[in-house]
Design a protein around this ligand. Structure first.
Ligand SMILES: [Cu+2]
Length: 329
């Protein structure tokens, strides 16, 4: 099981990492950019109806209160490829991680679904163009596959690194999920050569039980986690931009960030309503346990709106997750 490793990864030489100054020079990033620039459908009456709360964004990553299951229609989208949309100005949902199938690859969940209140070893496969499970994945950001779970109200974020069996079966050690509709994303690169594209496939699962949407915290530029404060220094617009964050603690700049997934921080973001995903690529190089206070990312938000942003970073061997709501114009 490789859920959020508690130990720091070995520091690694960084000379071979793709340059941050030119993140789009990396073939994967370039392809991802091309694929993601298409505006994403503002989904069909499925937008969450919860109003923003007037509270500051903090690092809350668990869902909570009882109520009714949200967004029941979303489950029907699980296997819907973006190609099903009419041509022309049709947005490509699959480019934002909202399709279960893309470019001949398909995410298949082996289990009936997680049960509320209990950790689950979720098994899944990625079927390749020949229909059989893919067993050969390229390493990106130090892992062969990055797995995310988020509830439809953008709570309950989990970022895992599942284990791969020889037959192509992945096992993700999901922590207990609160009742509700969840979207599960697999982010990977099939190891098919130098031009292989990064893919994000997802499916939804419904965790039975009483659930109520948690209102999305109001947009802001500051998040806290474990005594650390993360401040975003710019408000982005949709498209590709550089995003900068500053980490401080007790008002002082933090300079002892440790490498995590070959970077000093890992950002992921999910769009309110349709749960489009923006996987954000860290910029800069890693050199020992001296990261911070400033962190830069190449951000690509495929559409405007409110995004729940999860910034993960490591100090003293401990992983911290700060979350905030980011308004993207
Ligand atoms: Cu990951």
């Amino acid at each position: 099981m490789t859920a959020q490793p508690a130990r720091p990864p070995a520091a690694r030489p960084t000379a071979a990492r793709p340059s941050l100054a030119g993140p789009l020079a990396h073939p994967l990033a370039r392809r991802w950019l091309l694929a993601s620039c298409v505006p994403v459908l503002l989904v069909l009456g499925m937008a969450l109806t919860v109003p923003p709360a007037p509270t500051a964004a903090t690092g809350a990553t668990t869902a909570g209160a009882p109520g009714t299951a949200d967004m029941p229609g979303m489950a029907g989208m699980a296997g819907m490829p973006g190609a099903d949309h009419p041509a022309g100005d049709a947005p490509d949902l699959s480019a934002a991680g909202l399709a279960a199938e893309r470019n001949g690859y398909r995410l298949d969940l082996a289990d009936p679904g997680p049960t509320a209140g209990r950790a689950t070893d979720l098994r899944f496969t990625v079927a390749g163009p020949d229909g059989s499970p893919v067993t050969d994945f390229a390493v990106h950001q130090t892992k062969k596959l990055h797995f995310y779970a988020i509830r439809s109200d953008l709570t309950g974020f989990q970022h895992l690194h599942p284990d791969l069996a020889e037959d192509g079966t992945w096992t993700a050690a999901l922590a207990a999920l609160d009742p509700g509709t969840w979207r599960l994303y697999a982010d990977f690169v099939p190891n098919t050569g130098p031009h292989a594209a990064e893919l994000v496939l997802s499916r939804t699962v419904t965790v039975p039980g009483e659930a109520a949407p948690v209102p999305l915290p109001a947009p802001g530029d500051t998040a806290t986690a474990d005594g650390y404060t993360v401040t975003l220094t710019a408000r982005p617009t949709a498209g590709a931009h550089r995003l900068t964050a500053v980490v401080s603690r007790d008002g002082r700049p933090v300079r002892d960030l440790q490498p995590y997934l070959d970077a000093y921080a890992h950002l992921s973001a999910f769009h309110e309503g349709d749960l489009a995903m923006a996987h954000l690529h860290p910029a800069g190089t890693v050199n020992g346990d001296h990261g911070g206070p400033e962190l830069t990312f190449q951000a690509l938000f495929p559409e405007p709106g409110d995004w729940r942003v999860f910034l993960q970073f490591r100090t003293a061997g401990q992983l911290h997750t700060a979350a905030l709501t980011l308004r993207v114009d």
